[in-house]
Design a protein around this ligand. Structure first.
Ligand code: G3P
Ligand code: MG
Length: 246
């Protein structure tokens, strides 16, 4: 019997369709869906009150009209801020999404999700995994979910909560580590996710030969990316995946 695997497409919209809508919002997920993409990558972290929310940075400044650190906020405070208008007036009124709300949208749209456990400096990776994993397992079927992180402890906790037949895990790294095989094995991980600019042909081909899905972030230039498809890259995570369609 072969083990199940997520149905990963070649192109995944990074933080939603973030070249065309404010990143990590419901609007960005709807935009990805409208543009014909079936999977999105989103970041998740905890507010101070323990609510998992879809957000990349440790603070509000870059992607909202507010200020403050997420770990010092409760949900009502975070919702006061507009998270769309910084991108363009068309998205004015957009509010931060909780993980629960986002999962419900993705499920309704029949989409797949690569959810990144974003462990900001000083934050607790275990608490994050504990809050996120049950919601993810509940909301989406195995084939449409993939949980990734740069943080080993977060992934280890996730694996402790769900076996490889229940939840596929992705190991995120800047550059493929020499010990990639050992890392994958200890976590019983499914995929490797690397910065496309750091990817070297020899190592990419070794990963391919091992039959391990190799994902590259965040590639927005299909010409520069070019030969990496032949090296064995399975999927590209892009802010603007439409560019790869031609
Ligand atoms: O999951 C791939 C990519 O999102 C990792 O980096 O900083 O964009 O979350 P970042
Ligand atoms: Mg991310």
């Amino acid at each position: 019997m072969t083990s199940p695997s997520p149905h990963l497409p070649r192109l995944i919209a990074h933080r939603g369709l973030s070249a065309h809508a404010p990143e990590n919002t419901r609007a960005a997920v709807r935009a990805a869906h409208r543009a014909g993409f079936h999977w999105v990558e989103l970041d998740v972290q905890l507010l101070g009150d323990g609510t998992p929310v879809i957000w990349h940075d440790s603070g509000m400044k870059r992607c909202s009209d507010g200020r403050g650190k997420l770990h010092k906020m409760h949900l009502e405070q975070a919702r006061e801020y507009d998270v769309g208008a910084w991108f363009s007036a068309e998205f004015r009124g957009e509010r931060m999404a909780t993980l629960e709300e986002m999962l419900s949208l993705i499920s309704r749209l029949d989409m797949g999700l690569n959810l990144e456990l974003k462990v900001c400096r000083g934050r607790d990776p275990i608490a994050l995994a504990k809050a996120v994993v049950p919601q993810l397992l509940e909301a989406l079927p195995f084939e449409r979910r993939l949980l990734s992180s740069f943080n080993y402890h977060a992934l280890k906790q996730a694996r402790h909560m769900a076996g490889p037949d229940e939840l596929a895990l992705g190991v995120l790294c800047k550059k493929l580590p020499q010990q990639w095989r050992e890392k994958m094995d200890t976590l019983q991980a499914y995929s490797l996710h690397t910065d496309w600019k750091q990817l070297k042909e020899k190592r990419a081909r070794m990963v391919k030969e091992a039959g391990i899905p190799l994902l590259c972030y965040t590639a927005n230039d299909p010409l520069a990316f070019g030969p990496r498809w032949d090296w064995g890259v399975t999927s590209v995570i892009s802010d603007d995946p439409q560019r790869f369609m031609d």
